[in-house]
Design a binder for this molecule. Structure first.
Ligand SMILES: [Zn+2]
Ligand SMILES: [Zn+2]
Length: 193
């Protein structure tokens, strides 16, 4: 079997410039949308331009700036919506399924491993693909997420980062919920083990 060619496109949406990610397989044209926080029409325009079929809408967590356009996109694409149960109250919608720590989400030829990384929110997750990870608001380029909002917990956040993220291969590219990409190795230098 040939390796799938995965393309990741970043769409900063809304006033907080939340990174919505369109992830798709070049061959099958199957796609996943991660964190559609706002600007559903703009996200749909890119989906149409790339001629991909959105199968899943996955949320790194339930904050509004990551979920604001989810219902609109679900209606338009008929994709299944996934979130960790711990953020159900925050999200304000009903997903098709919950995602759990250690679970692998299969989509056509590619897959994401779910790491439960609470601390920014109770149900925060990181989605790990082959060589990359979507870290949501848990870990950014040059900084960690906030833990002072509702449901936040600084101890839990550091535990998630040290035990789940800093144990990924250092060359893993991270795609955070806001701002530019980085790598696990780079962030270990910044935030230390
Ligand atoms: Zn957040
Ligand atoms: Zn955010």
């Amino acid at each position: 079997m040939t390796e799938p060619k995965i393309t990741i496109e970043t769409i900063p949406v809304g006033s907080l410039e939340t990174n919505c990610y369109l992830v798709y397989d070049e061959g099958s044209r199957q796609a996943v949308i991660i964190d559609p926080g706002d600007e559903a029409e703009r996200i749909l325009a890119l989906v149409n331009a790339r001629q991909v079929t959105v199968k899943l809408i996955i949320h790194t967590h339930g904050h509004y700036d990551h979920t604001g356009a989810s219902e609109a996109l679900r209606r338009k694409t008929k994709a299944r919506m996934l979130i960790h149960q711990g953020d159900l109250d925050l999200a304000g919608f009903t997903p098709e399924a919950f995602i759990h720590d250690g679970e692998i989400i299969f989509l056509g030829p590619f897959e994401f491993k779910v790491l439960h990384t609470p601390g920014h929110t109770p149900g925060g997750v990181t989605l790990v693909g082959k060589g990359f990870a979507f870290t949501g608001d848990t870990l950014f380029n040059s900084g960690i997420g906030r833990s002072d909002t509702t449901g936040g917990n600084e101890t839990a956040l550091w535990k998630s980062i040290r035990e789940k993220l800093f144990t990924l291969p250092p060359e893993t590219v991270i795609y955070p919920g806001h701002g530019p990409a980085s790598t696990i190795g780079q962030e270990m230098k910044v935030s230390g083990p």
